[in-house]
Design a protein around this ligand. Structure first.
Ligand code: SF4
Length: 86
């Protein structure tokens, strides 16, 4: 499942307002005047959120996969495999 986040250094906030206008069920205006993802989409709604992300004029809506750790670092999608010893 994907997770979405806003890069606040890029977001135009109230001068844009596209994401929370297009999809208020997922995006909202944060107290700092930028967008925030207040509800992560279920798998069935991910395509709709991606579509909104694709319309963001500055590419501030980013998507992570389940490999994201609590520290915000993105880990490998699958653990590296090593060939069996011969
Ligand atoms: S569409 Fe992009 S720039 Fe506009 S408010 Fe949302 S995150 Fe910010």
């Amino acid at each position: 499942m994907a997770h979405f986040s806003i890069q606040w250094d890029k977001c135009r906030g109230t001068t844009c307002a596209l994401c929370w206008t297009q999809a208020p069920q997922f995006f909202a205006l944060a107290e700092n005047g930028k967008a925030t993802v207040h509800h992560q989409p279920h798998a069935a709604d991910e395509a709709a959120v991606r579509a909104v992300a694709g319309q963001c004029p500055v590419g501030a809506i980013v998507e992570f996969d389940d490999a994201v750790t609590t520290t915000g670092q993105v880990g490998p999608a699958d653990p590296p495999t090593t060939p069996p010893p011969e």
